[in-house]
Design a protein around this ligand. Structure first.
Ligand SMILES: Nc1ncnc2c1ncn2[C@@H]1O[C@H](COP(=O)(O)OP(=O)(O)OP(=O)(O)O)[C@@H](O)[C@H]1O
Ligand code: SF4
Ligand SMILES: [Mg+2]
Length: 374
């Protein structure tokens, strides 16, 4: 099989010994009639080969814009993108769409939330897979067909030969997402972005798709960026987790360290909103009250302050920088981190006052029985 080198280790300037991906202070702002939306506002992280990072946050926190910004998949107009995306030693932020085409598919690819919008409804499944094999890997027809067949069976699609001849609407939602994953994997990317890959699917198939992604990531020694609003999804499926709030990473840690030692009140609030089987009948789930801030006019201090039960006057005045935790690789943005004596004092002060420094009401914790009795 002859393959033209369009990217990969032989591309000029590429350093295969450099970290796979370094994102440095990336900003992505949108100019709108109302003002500038600071969707991603100074995010940095590094991703090595074979590793999975979970990016977690509520709706609107900037997870998808961050993924698209790293991949250079943003709408061209009214976007301001600053910072560095260093892929195997080369900063690709200045790449034009022609250069990016050599990266998409064969170096980085993406699985989107809704398989129906990623697939072309009027093209047969087989053709949708073989197209990128022709384009990126210059495979001939037979080779591309054989590869498509192998890909469909590797993502667990029964009777793959028959499926190649079918159209997307003939498959179930779960099967469609498997096809999207097969297309994303077709050219052997080194980084797979999976942006809420299961939220459009039936609950019963969500775990199957997540397990498939994990298995493929492991077998191919790929790096994966798994984007979700659910900390439970990334708990057993990532090496590290970055929690996003209002366009920034507010806590970042190796997965075990994060769960053992949460520092950021926002992460604590996200954790408290996950149902746990063992506590099911006696614990009230905390739904995070309030709304995320307006990204056109974010608050001066900590952006979580209006919703934080520990908020103090300093939180309103000064934005907390990214600080180092006790564990290696653990960083967070908070003046009164969870688990510290300062945090306990702040909470007690707020409980006594009945409200936080922003005026939000704070009540002492209560436990409610499943039957509604206190
Ligand atoms: N093209 C655009 N123009 C203006 N604002 C935008 C644009 N795209 C995204 N935004 C805004 O940027 C912010 C971040 O959006 P993003 O889609 O990244 O959120 P998200 O974390 O992926 O949320 P979800 O969980 O709902 O997918 C939101 O406030 C959104 O409204
Ligand atoms: S304690 Fe203060 S700094 Fe920390 S998250 Fe709450 S408001 Fe932000
Ligand atoms: Mg999104």
């Amino acid at each position: 099989m002859s393959r033209k080198v369009v990217s990969g280790p032989d591309a000029p300037g590429r350093d295969p010994n450099a970290p796979l991906l370094r994102v440095v202070d990336i900003k992505t702002h949108f100019k709108t009639e109302r003002g500038t939306v600071r969707a991603v506002d100074g995010v940095s992280f590094q991703l090595d080969r074979g590793r999975t990072i979970g990016i977690v946050g509520e709706s609107g926190s900037g997870k998808s814009v961050l993924s698209r910004s790293v991949m250079g998949l943003l709408p061209g107009r009214n976007v301001i993108r600053e910072g560095h995306v260093v892929y195997e030693g080369i900063d690709i932020v200045g790449f034009d769409s022609h250069q990016m085409r050599n990266i998409w598919g064969s170096e980085m690819s993406m699985v989107f939330q809704d398989p129906m919008t990623s697939l072309n409804p009027v093209k047969k499944i087989g053709r949708q897979i073989t197209e990128s094999l022709h384009e990126h890997l210059q495979m001939d027809k037979q080779e591309a067909n054989d590869t498509a067949l192998a890909l469909l069976s590797s993502v667990g699609i029964p009777e793959p030969a028959a499926r190649l001849e079918e159209y997307p609407h003939q498959l179930s939602g779960g099967m469609r997402q498997r096809v999207v994953i097969a297309i994303a994997l077709a050219c052997g990317p080194k980084i797979l972005f999976a942006d809420e890959p299961t939220t459009a699917l039936d609950v019963t198939v969500q775990a199957q798709i997540l397990n498939l992604l994990q298995q493929q990531q492991h077998e191919r020694h790929m790096a994966m960026i798994l984007v979700t609003h659910d900390l439970g999804v990334v708990a057993g499926r990532s090496h590290e987790i970055a929690v996003m709030y209002a366009g920034k990473i507010v806590e970042h840690a190796p997965t075990n360290s994060l769960f053992a030692n949460v520092r950021m009140p926002y992460t604590e609030a996200l954790l408290n909103s996950i149902p746990r089987l063992e506590y099911m009948s006696h614990t009230r789930l905390d739904i995070i009250g309030g709304r995320p801030p307006d990204l056109i006019r974010p608050p001066r201090g900590c952006s979580f302050a209006p919703r934080c039960r520990y908020a103090q006057p300093r939180c309103i005045e000064e934005e907390p920088p990214l600080m180092e935790g006790d564990q290696p690789g653990h960083t967070y943005r908070c003046w009164y981190p969870v688990g510290s004596p300062e945090n306990l004092e702040a909470y007690q002060r707020n409980i006594v006052a009945g409200r936080t420094a922003t005026g939000a009401p704070v009540e002492a914790p209560v436990t409610i029985d499943a039957g509604g009795r206190f």
